[in-house]
Design a protein around this ligand. Structure first.
Ligand code: DX5
Ligand code: ZN
Length: 217
């Protein structure tokens, strides 16, 4: 599977979101949209109006990363925004409801992803891998852009990759989110990830399109 780059709009200039949308449309693969509720994470970001506005101008799929409690209450509305093709929620927020929420996301025709924070043992999500379409491994604690990549994440990516491969799920991609940049992208890919989320390293770069290219190189 080719590496896919998913710029996180959280790091974009919100007064010029049109520019950020153009950058992703012309140089990247996926719009990564970080939705935060101030309860699951100690931060607020944006919700439906921003996701809908971006979706209306997007020619690439949207990937909605829900960092919220009770994700099941918001899945349908996000799934029904044209262009939203991937929705992930945190295992720490869903626990034993994880399977049910993956089914719910799939029932609307979206790809369903389980997101997992750095302090949660990767084994906790193993029972649900069959129901997932992708796995989102956080390489920083969810909640803020611009944090430093946690090196231990490489081992966690490799563990999940190995588990997926060993149960015949070679085609389920791993997405990595947090502190991803040109300096660590090759290691992250080597560990077994296929989708790279990047906020600061793309939108704070002087040339975002070449920053995206550098993540693939
Ligand atoms: C953090 C978000 C990330 C964030 C990544 O909670 O899930 O998607 O925007 O930003 P960078 O790439 O700056 O670490
Ligand atoms: Zn994210």
């Amino acid at each position: 599977m080719n590496t896919l780059v998913a710029p996180s709009l959280l790091a974009a200039d919100f007064l010029r979101l049109d520019k950020a949308v153009d950058i992703v449309n012309s140089s990247a693969d996926i719009f990564h949209m970080d939705v935060m509720d101030g309860t699951f994470v100690p931060n607020l970001s944006f919700g439906f109006p921003v996701v809908e506005a971006v979706a209306a101008k997007a020619c690439k799929p949207l990937d909605v990363h829900l960092m919220i409690v009770n994700p099941q209450n918001y899945v349908e509305r996000f799934a029904k925004v044209p262009g939203v093709e991937m929705i992930s929620f945190h295992y720490e927020a869903s626990k034993e409801r994880t399977g049910e929420i993956l089914d719910l996301i799939r029932s609307f025709g979206c790809k369903a992803g389980i997101a997992i924070n750095p302090d949660c043992p990767v084994e906790s999500i193993f029972p649900y891998l069959e129901k997932a379409d992708f796995i989102l491994i956080m390489s920083v604690f969810a909640g803020f852009g611009g944090q430093k990549f946690i090196p231990e994440s490489l081992r966690r990516i490799a563990q999940v990759r190995q588990q997926l491969d060993s149960i015949g799920l070679k085609n389920i991609p791993i997405e990595v989110d947090g502190g991803v940049g040109p300096g660590n992208a090759a290691d992250i890919r080597k560990a077994g990830a296929q989708i790279l989320v990047a906020g600061s390293s793309v939108f704070r770069a002087s040339d975002p399109a070449s920053a995206v290219a550098a993540l693939r190189a």
